[in-house]
Design a protein around this ligand. Structure first.
Ligand SMILES: *Cc1c(COP(=O)(O)O)cnc(C)c1O
Length: 427
């Protein structure tokens, strides 16, 4: 009966340990107690008793009160949707923390009266896109589309090219989304070719708006034709352009990616996009465009159901005004830098082949664009061990190998990554 493995301390005694008491203050007593009981149960079931029980329980606890775990993205895919798309930069993180308590999000501190919600963020958006007369922020890109089509075309028709009837990802299909708003879809043209006369034939007194969608996740090549925004703007009905990724102005790195400013300058009434793709900010949907049209959306009852919270507004403003975002730093990281860092990682591991590795924009955007770079190639069996490590590292499994690509790793995290990879390689 004196088997030391069976000596299990009492729950209260463990919870009284100052380290676990401090953890309970941070994470909640129930979570710490559950971790204590799990450790006790494991030892009773035959696992070796830890030398330091409190330390073992602490090691099993999450770092924060959320079960979401920070991971190192070693996939080379910058806007990885399963990993939360764009990572917020330090300026946005600081703004989120500062806005998390009571804030003047909808309050004027001078007059003491109610003020327009998120006015600072809207002002930053209009500074970033001077071609827009007004702007609105909603929950995500899909919400922006829903609000635009509902406010402009519920009970009426939305005219869309057959070449733009896209599925964005995870079963999100544009035709289904529009049908859910009570607007009827009027498809014009064909999959590969749609002409201005097709739109012209489709537009009548029942038209609520013409919608142009950027088919962001595929490319049609060959005998193709589509109608540019400036031609659609002459049809005499509101033109809504979903550019998808949130590129605010043209960028030479992604020459085929449509941007908000160009669509507005070409005559779009409204442009919608996401906040957490190429904008590099929080999950949000942006609507920019003509004053009267944006106002119609703002006044629609649905706008209230799609609005964002103060932390999103704070992160978005900081992203718009702040320094280069982590997503853009990753997109712009040179092949030479990646090779140098991959070689350092391989040296730290005492092995591992440094191989060419193409990064991707991700988030369903820029499907044809390959970002040249380098990665450390390891045996495929390392990949699950990397995911199980602390911190978890998500690498790319390709051609029977595990590729560790440093593009989306902050250079300051290279040493942490090296430690995690070494642990995984050593098993
Ligand atoms: C991503 C995307 C959407 C959906 O945006 P979410 O922010 O994911 O809701 C809509 N349209 C296009 C063209 C997109 O690329």
């Amino acid at each position: 009966m004196d088997d030391p493995r069976r000596r299990v301390p009492r729950t209260d005694a463990l919870l009284g340990d100052p380290r676990l008491a401090e953890a309970a203050d941070r994470l909640g007593r129930a979570r710490v107690k559950a971790a204590v009981q799990e450790q006790q149960g494991a030892v009773r079931a035959g696992a070796p008793a830890p030398d330091d029980w409190a330390a073992a329980v602490l090691a099993a606890l999450p770092r924060t009160a959320s079960s979401l775990r920070p991971v190192l993205n070693a996939t080379g895919v910058v806007l990885h949707t399963n990993l939360g798309r764009a990572p917020l930069g330090p300026a946005a993180v600081e703004a989120v923390a500062a806005a998390a308590g009571y804030t003047d999000v909808e309050f004027d501190l001078t007059t003491g009266a109610r003020a327009r919600r998120g006015r600072g963020t809207l002002a930053a958006l209009l500074r970033a896109v001077p071609d827009a007369e007004d702007a609105l922020v909603v929950n995500n890109g899909a919400a922006a589309l829903v609000l635009a089509t509902t406010a402009l075309a519920a009970g009426r028709e939305v005219v869309v090219s057959r070449g733009e009837m896209v599925e964005i990802g995870d079963g999100f299909r544009l035709p289904d989304l529009i049908a859910s708003t009570g607007a009827r879809l009027r498809e014009v043209g064909t999959t590969n070719r749609t002409h201005l006369r097709d739109y012209d034939d489709g537009v009548d007194e029942d038209t609520g708006c013409v919608l142009k969608v950027h088919p962001s996740n595929f490319r049609v090549e060959g005998f193709t034709s589509s109608v540019e925004v400036d031609a659609l703007a002459g049809l005499g009905v509101p033109v809504v352009v979903d550019v998808g990724s949130g590129l605010l102005a043209p960028d030479p790195l992604l020459p085929d990616e449509p941007d908000v400013a160009s669509a507005l300058r070409a005559g779009a009434d409204l442009v919608t996009c996401s906040g957490d793709k190429l904008l590099g900010g929080p999950q949000a949907g942006l609507v920019l465009g003509r004053r009267g049209t944006v106002e119609r959306l703002r006044r629609h009852p649905l706008a209230r159901a799609l609005r964002v919270d103060k932390t999103t507004l704070a992160a978005l403003e900081a992203t718009l005004e702040g320094p280069l975002t982590p997503a853009w730093r990753a997109l712009r990281t040179s092949s030479d830098e990646l090779r140098r860092r991959a070689e350092s990682l391989a040296a730290a591991l005492g092995g591992g082949e440094v191989v060419p590795s193409a990064g991707a924009v991700g988030g369903g955007g820029a499907p044809g664009v390959e970002l040249p770079g380098w990665a450390v190639a390891l045996p495929e069996v390392v990949a699950p061990r990397l995911r199980a490590g602390t911190p978890p590292v998500v690498a790319r499994v390709e051609g029977g190998r595990c590729l560790v690509d440093l593009r989306c790793i902050e250079p300051a995290d290279d040493a942490v990554l090296a430690g995690a990879v070494r642990a995984a390689v050593e098993g």
